[in-house]
Ligand binder design. Sequence first.
Ligand SMILES: Nc1nc2c(ncn2[C@@H]2O[C@H](COP(=O)(O)OP(=O)(O)OP(=O)(O)O)[C@@H](O)[C@H]2O)c(=O)[nH]1
Length: 310
Amino acid sequence: MTSPQTTPQRPVEGFRAGFACFIGRPNVGKSTLMNALVGSKVAITSSRPQTTRRAIRGIVHRADAQLIVVDTPGLHKPRTLLGERLDSLVRSTLTEVDAIGFCVPADQPIGPGDRFIARELAQVRRTPTLAIVTKTDLATKEQVAEQLLRVGELGEFVDIVPVSAVDGYQVDLVGDLLVSHLPEGMPLYPEGDLTDEPEQLLVAELIREAALEGVRDELPHSIAVVVDEMLPRQDRPDLVDIYAHVFVERPSQKAIVIGTKGSRLREVGTRARRQIEALLGTKVFLDLRVSVAKDWQRDPKQLRRLGFYD
Ligand SMILES: Nc1nc2c(ncn2[C@@H]2O[C@H](COP(=O)(O)OP(=O)(O)OP(=O)(O)O)[C@@H](O)[C@H]2O)c(=O)[nH]1
């Protein structure tokens, strides 16, 4: 919500500050782990793969360090132009961070997707990479032990750590290990900031999350949201007016999102409004429109309009 600090601060002896990112197949728990580290809901999560589309940063403030976590979309073999953009976003992120957390879930066998990522990681060998076995609460001790061995065979890692973001098991250890690879330096963001994602993008993500609720099977990746305007109401400092568009790819999807006589869209609006009010700490008037942007996932111009840049 604010940009990196420009005012000089007094350096603190031994203080570390820098960037880390989590990488892994879609749905392995990267966003949930980042939220557990930051201690606040910053990235949206869902049980559908590929919920994350932007490199959202969560900022962990500690007495000894400031760790800025860049959340990446799940890396996968691109099938659509959207997929290609996501993958190039992930690759550029990998070369810009001080440490990488490679996430593999404890409850699923290692597959071609994990090996594909391990090969990608082998190409950025200079960045220290921590292997993280996620969701240990869903696996037995034996399965976790077995998975730690299997993950170790995938590449060169500075450490291999089992973790559960749900019950908090070793989340702090992941934080400690990532921090140990950051350079010494002053804090990059003011204390109290949890993310530098522009508020408008966070609001759009909350609306998208609400719009996906209940229709994920019908419209897995076809919904995009753009916030057109977000302004405090004149003479009402406690109220923010938000005008947003929900984009779908086809008219049939528009009907699903709107529902009978607009009933579903009203529910989406109510759900999103509650979340946005919690985020902004003010009352919100939310105006939601649904529009068709034909085949936007495959159209470079539409992608740019919806905020997915090269
Ligand atoms: N039981 C359990 N579930 C988890 C854990 N971490 C994440 N999950 C669940 O796994 C699902 C996917 O989590 P996300 O954090 O969205 O996964 P992601 O890797 O960021 O997914 P993409 O954004 O698609 O790349 C959600 O339903 C989470 O609630 C965990 O430690 N234990």
